[in-house]
Design a protein around this ligand. Sequence first.
Ligand SMILES: C[S@@+](CC[C@H](N)C(=O)[O-])C[C@H]1O[C@@H](n2cnc3c(N)ncnc32)[C@H](O)[C@@H]1O
Length: 391
Amino acid sequence: MMPALSAEEETHSRAVTALIREHVAAAGGWIPFERFMELALYAPGLGYYSAGSVKLGPGGDFATAPEISDLFSRCVAQQCAQVLAGAGEILEVGAGTGRMAAVILERLAALGKLPAQYAILEVSADLAERQRRRLGKLPREIRERVVWLERLPERPINGVILANEVLDALPCRRFTLRGGAARELGAAAEDEPASRRGTGFVEREAAADEELARAVAALLSELPSPLPEGYTSEICLRVAPWIAGIAACLGRGLMLMVDYGLPRAHYYHPQRTAGTLRCHFKQRVHDDPYINIGVQDITAWVDFTRVAEAAVACGLEVGGFCTQAAFLLGTGVEQFVAESTGTVEHARLAGEARRLLLPGEMGEAFKVMALTRDCDVALQGFALQDLRQSL
Ligand SMILES: C[S@@+](CC[C@H](N)C(=O)[O-])C[C@H]1O[C@@H](n2cnc3c(N)ncnc32)[C@H](O)[C@@H]1O
């Protein structure tokens, strides 16, 4: 059973729905899914990420690895320490509640490897405020290094760029195959908007524009097996410009991305006929983006082959690609748990580690990719597994 919306959520969802219906009407009755997702998540002042719902953590809609356990962030800090080697900066994109930033900074301080600056680029004003409150509690020597950016920096970052569960939040296109070619899926206004909870939209197909048609044709030509009629999936064409923007500001060092995703041949597997789109609402996961509009998260898995191609096109190297489990084991998660033996924390940490590591939990679905420029460090997080051949 889907939890009910509070009165406040109901009001908010109606406002977001009304806004999107205006866009649909202005566009002649239909908008591509990508535009629907963009408005539902990022419409100024109204979208899920732009407005004030709790989103992450207890009482929110979903839990990310840094919210589940600080072990995750301590492992990321180990990888940062190796690359920073006493100098450099960190830029985190999409920092959520700021919990990962806080733990990384504390760990780097303990190792004597604090970055000169820890910059955060955050699209959500509400989350940026939560980050400020959280990081404002750190000791002065640490918190003084944290800055918030409005846009990607123009001067190069030498050090580490981090993005945990950000790529999956980029608006994506949805398509379905008819006669071997793509048709685009999108949102049309329902005649009876009150007929379903908080909604007013139905999914409809339309002719694919040239960009989508070309991208899906290229995809189909590369896949090892043909895809069946009616196959439906997502393709995120915003990955390349997003990576290009990041690549342009990475002077020297590492970009580390963590997300649920797959190499292309697995992502577009013939049996995955309904795609990877997922919605998160009060810790429930489902696949209907046309309910709870503006008060639920909408995500799609990441095609890591697309990320790697975009990075290489910008002159970056793919320095590593592995499962989250392999990355955490490579950066010492077992040792962090072992260090707590005999303390009251031990059982809790051991349980959290299992959630981060087990294949049925986050261990395999989540992948970690390292993109590097002029970085000759043998990255600790990728020492145990190298999945780059699968890309
Ligand atoms: C799923 S949350 C993950 C938060 C955090 N990294 C964590 O793991 O807990 C996605 C985050 O990315 C931010 N975000 C989404 N799109 C973004 C973009 N284009 N640039 C910067 N931040 C973005 C959201 O506001 C949010 O902070």
